[in-house]
Every structure is written in C-alpha cells, then in structure tokens.
Design a protein around this ligand. Sequence first.
Ligand code: SF4
Ligand code: SF4
Length: 165
Amino acid sequence: MKTNLISLLDNAKLNKKENDLYLRGLRNHKEEHIFTEIKKIHQEVFTKIDCIECANCCKTIPALVTNSDIKRIASVLNISAKQFLRKYVLEDINGEMTLNVVPCRFLNEDNTCSIYEVRPEACRRFPHTDEKEYPRRTSLNLANTLVCPAAVQVLQQLKNVIPLV
Ligand code: SF4
Ligand code: SF4
C-alpha cells in the first residue's frame, strides 16, 4: 500500500476516540442532510483514490456473501452453489456467511479482483460511505476507518462540512 494511504490509516488509529465521538454525534443530526453531503464527498473521494493501489479490504476483511452472491459467482466459475459453499464459504452459528480466507482467494497479485463483474454485493458496497444508513452505523463506520483509507477521507471531509460542536 502506498505511504499516503498508510498514513491515512495511522491517522485514523490515532484519532479513533475522536472519530467515535463524532460518529456517535451524527446520530442526532438530520439524516437527509448527512446523506446529501456524504454522497457528494464519497463520489469526490472515489474519483481520486485508486483502490488497486490499496486492496486492503480484500486483504483483511472476509467479505460477506449471500445466497444470491453464491449462485451468481458459482455459475461463472462453472461449479454448483454447493461446491462453492464447501470450497469458499464459512458460515457462523447465526447463519452469517463470509468468504473463508483472507487475503481473499479471488484477489489477483496485481490487486484486481478475478470475479469483479460478479463480486459479492458487500464488496461492491464497501465501505458503505454513500448509503443513507451511514449515520446509524457508528461501529461499522469506525471499524472501516481502520481498514479503508477512502473511509477515512470521507469522514475527514464530512467533519469539515458538518462540524458537530
Ligand atoms: S471477491 Fe473480489 S472484491 Fe471481494 S474481497 Fe475478494 S477480491 Fe476483493
Ligand atoms: S475500498 Fe477502501 S480498503 Fe478497499 S481498496 Fe478501496 S480504499 Fe482500499
């Protein structure tokens, strides 16, 4: 990962408490207003950041998968959903399913995804910084700032646009 991306994550670690407080404070703010601002910020951040230089989510977080993800990916891999489950999926006691290995087995050496067009919905949506529910996902947002440089930048910019005093 490039130095500038690493320093964003280091910064988020150092400011974890402050970020936690800010994210908690967002719950008392108008959700519509946050959504309007965060969509613009997300778009701006992702036009500048190159995920191929990072791939930290694919290297460190086991992606959530749903039955429809499994059917779609298995069909492209020419295997059955059952075979896909056996080979690639872990299911916890609550029935939550994730890909079973990190770094992800579908991550290529050049940080591209070998199943990009049919990747799990959770991968497509990560780090969830353009979603209406953002202000309600305090713990997830905080956790994502420790992994995803883009999530850190979104939070930094949101703090400037919506300062909570
Ligand atoms: S499926 Fe693709 S996008 Fe998802 S974690 Fe694996 S390599 Fe990354
Ligand atoms: S979504 Fe975040 S963690 Fe994943 S590759 Fe892009 S910048 Fe890195």
